[in-house]
Design a protein around this ligand. Structure first.
Ligand code: SF4
Length: 71
């Protein structure tokens, strides 16, 4: 299990994102975020992340809630 902010360097986090994140697109983020509410999965495109370089080290909730829980 990976705990974000537990001393992992940015390059290590980027490597984990590159290997495991479905939003990773050649170093950029697709920005498709998801969450569940009342047993419904909700998808949205995040303007904060979409089409920008991966920001895994800047409190990316998708990485923290989905990616690392699946590794
Ligand atoms: S910013 Fe987050 S969701 Fe986007 S590619 Fe990086 S780890 Fe994945």
């Amino acid at each position: 299990m990976v705990v974000v902010g537990s001393g992992k360097s940015k390059s290590k986090l980027l490597e984990l994102a590159r290997k495991n994140c479905a939003n990773w697109d050649n170093g950029k983020c697709i920005g498709c975020m998801m969450k569940t509410e009342d047993k419904v999965i909700i998808f949205r495109i995040s303007g904060r992340f979409a089409n920008k370089p991966c920001q895994v080290n800047k409190k990316c909730e998708y990485f923290e809630n989905v990616v690392i829980n699946g590794t």
